[in-house]
Design a protein around this ligand. Structure first.
Ligand code: DAT
Ligand code: MG
Length: 155
């Protein structure tokens, strides 16, 4: 079992509601994630466009970019065994209305407003986690952190 890092983001729809923000923070702490880094921030439109460049041209791109730069967010670097998969499982399906139908206990089913305003983000692979952690936390060195911390997780 290998310690893994992922990027989790609480999106503007959820940060706007303190009760939701608090509930999401508790979900993170209650699921054996270690909060390695945490930051409140807001994006300019161009940050949003750059982060979601892979979706440019999709019908929802403008609305996604607009939404993600519409207000403050909270970003976390989270660590645990199998962190990427576990966080995505907690989030549930991308589409809120599908999530409500197929997995009503997930974050997006419980808190999401629409398919775009879906409460949280989570990296979907080791490669995207690396890229996204660098995007949000350019000064953070994952290798250094793992080297220092992993032995204590194994003991
Ligand atoms: P995920 O966030 O689950 O990784 P994704 O990477 O496919 O999903 O899409 C990024 C975001 O874009 C997603 O969280 C919300 C928005 N989005 C995706 N598909 C959408 C759709 N069909 N309608 C509206 N918004 C969508
Ligand atoms: Mg994605």
């Amino acid at each position: 079992k290998v310690l893994q890092l992922t990027l989790a983001v609480i999106k503007p729809d959820a940060v706007a509601h303190p009760v939701m923000l608090e509930a999401l923070h508790k979900i993170i702490l209650g699921n054996n994630f270690v909060v390695v880094k945490r930051k409140d921030l807001a994006w300019r439109r161009q940050d949003s466009e750059r982060f979601y460049a892979e979706h440019s041209g999709r019908f929802f791109y403008q609305r996604l970019v607009e939404f993600m730069s519409s207000g403050p967010m909270r970003a976390y670097v989270l660590a645990r065994e199998d962190a990427i998969r576990h966080w995505r499982e907690l989030m549930g399906p991308t589409k809120v209305f599908r999530a409500r139908y197929t997995s009503p206990a997930t974050i997006r089913a419980r808190f999401g407003l629409t398919d775009t305003r879906n409460t949280t983000h989570g990296s979907d692979s080791v490669e995207s986690a690396q890229r996204e952690i660098r995007f949000f936390f350019p000064d953070f060195c994952a290798e250094e952190w793992l080297e220092k911390e992993e032995p204590s997780f194994r003991s």
